[in-house]
Design a protein around this ligand. Structure first.
Ligand SMILES: [Zn+2]
Length: 348
C-alpha cells in the first residue's frame, strides 16, 4: 500500500525567497505537503511574509497546513506564548494546590476569542489547504502514566471559569478529585474550542481540512494520561475534523508499540470516516540504524495510513533539539517518502 501525502513541519519562517529554496529541497525529499509551524510571535510579527511564504509553497505544488504551534501553551511546541506574556489572568489552575499554571485556560472567553480571531485571520488571509491542531492538551496530567495513581494525581483546570461552567452544567461545585463528571467536563470543553474554531475556519474556507493530532499514548483500562483528548473515538466522532492524527514515537520504544498505536489510529479514523495520519520522529532522537526510518514508513504505509509527516525539516538541524545525525535523518526520511508515496501524488 502507498500513502497519499508526505510532508514535514517547517518553522522559523521569515523570508519567502529563502523559504522557497527550502520548499524545493522538501520536494527533492519527496514531500508533497508542508505544515507551517506558526508561533504567536510569527503570526503577530511576520504576518505579511507568512502570507507570501504560503503562496510560494502552494505555487510549487505543496499542500499547506497551518499549525497553531504552542499557542497559549495549550498546543504542543517550544515557542513562548504572547497571550501569556500579555495577560496575567485567564490561566489554568491546579486542582490540588490552586496554583496558577503557565498555560492559558482555553475555557475562558478571553482566550477563546483570542484564538478564534487568530484562526479567522489566518483562514482569511493565508492560502492553505487546512489547519493542524498540534497536540492540544491540558497542563499537568502528562504524569498520569501510572497504573496505581500517586504523584500524578493533580490535574488542571480548576480556575474560576471552569468551576463556574462545571457548576452550571452539573449543579454542584467542581470537585478536586478527577471524578467521572470532571473527566467528561474536561473532555467536552477541550473539544468545544476546537470545534468552534474549525467551524469558523470552514465558514471562511469551506475546503480547509482540519487535522486533529493527539498524543500517541497508551490509554488503556489501566493507564490514562488525561490530557483531555485521550478518548480517541470521541475526538474522531467530531464532525468538524477531517483527519485523525497521532504524534511521533521515540525510537527506543518497541516496534510492537509503533504497530499498536498505528492500528488504533487507522481503526479510529476509519470508524468515523476520517483519513489517518501518522508522524515520524525526525529530530532529537534517532534509531540505532537510521535505515529503520524506512522500515517504519513502510510499516505505516502497509497498515493503511493515508498521510505521513515528519517533525521536522532537516532533522531539526541547528536547534537544541536536532537529531545527532540530523541531515542524514532528513535524507533517509526523503528516501523513505520516495518509496511509500504513490506515484500520482508525487510532485514532478
Ligand atoms: Zn479553566
Amino acid at each position: 500500500m502507498k500513502v497519499k501525502e508526505t510532508g514535514v513541519s517547517y518553522y522559523g519562517l521569515s523570508y519567502p525567497e529563502h523559504a522557497e529554496k527550502d520548499f524545493r529541497e522538501m520536494i527533492d525529499h519527496n514531500c508533497n505537503a508542508v505544515i507551517l509551524a506558526l508561533s504567536e510571535f510569527d503570526i503577530d510579527f511576520w504576518f505579511p511574509n507568512i502570507v507570501e511564504i504560503a503562496k510560494r509553497a502552494k505555487g510549487l505544488g505543496l499542500k499547506v497546513y497551518l499549525n497553531t504551534w504552542g499557542i497559549g501553551k495549550w498546543f504542543g511546541g517550544e515557542p513562548p506564548s504572547l497571550f501569556l506574556t500579555n495577560n496575567a489572568g485567564n490561566r489554568q489552575v491546579s486542582a490540588f494546590t490552586d496554583e496558577v499554571l503557565p498555560a492559558a485556560c482555553f475555557n475562558t472567553r478571553s482566550f477563546r476569542e483570542y484564538f478564534f480571531r487568530l484562526c479567522e485571520k489566518l483562514a482569511r488571509e493565508v492560502p492553505c489547504d487546512g489547519f493542524f491542531w498540534d497536540e492540544p492538551h491540558y497542563a499537568l496530567p502528562k504524569s498520569y502514566a501510572s497504573i496505581t495513581g500517586g504523584v500524578g494525581d493533580d490535574w488542571a483546570c480548576r480556575c474560576s471559569i471552569c468551576q463556574r461552567d462545571f457548576a452550571d452544567r452539573f449543579g454542584y461545585d467542581m470537585p478536586r478529585q478527577l471524578t467521572p463528571d470532571v473527566i467528561v467536563f474536561r473532555q467536552d470543553s477541550a473539544l468545544s474550542i476546537l470545534i468552534e474554531a474549525s467551524r469558523r475556519i470552514k465558514s471562511i474556507n469551506p475546503d480547509a481540512k482540519i487535522v486533529c493530532c493527539v498524543h500517541a499514548t497508551i490509554n488503556n483500562y489501566y493507564v490514562q494520561e488525561k490530557r483531555g483528548y485521550d478518548d480517541w473515538d470521541k475526538v474522531c466522532r467530531t464532525g468538524e475534523f477531517d483527519v485523525f492524527s497521532t504524534t511521533i514515537l521515540n525510537y527506543s520504544l518497541p516496534r510492537s508499540y509503533f504497530r499498536e498505536i498505528t492500528q488504533r489510529t487507522v481503526d479510529a479514523a476509519s470508524k468515523f470516516g476520517k483519513t489517518s495520519q501518522r508522524w515520524i520522529m525526525n529530530y532529537h532522537n534517532q534509531p540505532e540504524d537510521i535505515a529503520e526510518i524506512k522500515e517504519i514508513a513502510h510499516l505505516y504505509a502497509s497498515m493503511g495510513v493515508d498521510s505521513l509527516f515528519g517533525w521536522t525539516y532537516r532533522g531539526g538541524s541547528g536547534t537544541v533539539l536536532a537529531a545527532p545525525s540530523a541531515l542524514e535523518m532528513w535524507d533517509m526520511l526523503g528516501e523513505a517518502y520516495g518509496e511509500v508515496l504513490s506515484d500520482d501524488s508525487k510532485i514532478k
